[in-house]
Design a protein around this ligand. Sequence first.
Ligand SMILES: [Fe+2]
Length: 206
Amino acid sequence: MSDDKTKSASPHVLPSLPYADTALAPVISAQTIGFHYGKHHRGYVDNLNKLVAGTEFAGLPLEKIIAGTAGKADKTAFFNNAAQTWNHTFYWNSLRPKGGGEPPAALKQRIEASFGDLDSCKKELAAAAMAQFGSGWAWLVLDGGKLKVVKTGNADMPLTTGMKPLLTIDVWEHAYYLDYQNRRADYVNAVLDKLINWDFAAKNLG
Ligand SMILES: [Fe+2]
């Protein structure tokens, strides 16, 4: 985002990846990131900038565009590109090299209160990722003081239903097909064991 407040949020900018494009290998290859970040994520940002130019949404931050277009049949393209821009930035931050392992103590406590133990939480995330038919997302969210796992289809995301996202896993085929072909479960389990960024989730928990 620009530091110049007069420019507000428009045009939207593709944020830098929080690590090198080789940093998530071998779980997620540089080739996958090249397409996923360099083509798909960039494409959503570019499309959004084209769409909002000259409209009531020009200059608005992503969250406002998302809130103002969710569920409106005549604003689907705005919503899809704004939400996918937001979701992907959130996804890259939900991963890190040498991730996985144990969450920070405060988050771990909340996970144990809601799911019993960390393993049950990971199993629920994996199950949601597998149960999402077609393209979408699996999320760990804070909903009314309780941690929950939810899944969303296509560009949909938990902010629009009042939940606070803590982390996400992209289960669109473009997230894993080059590395895993149709083996979505292998991708999801490897992400949960080796890349998931519990520190990011803890930070979002506040
Ligand atoms: Fe994606």
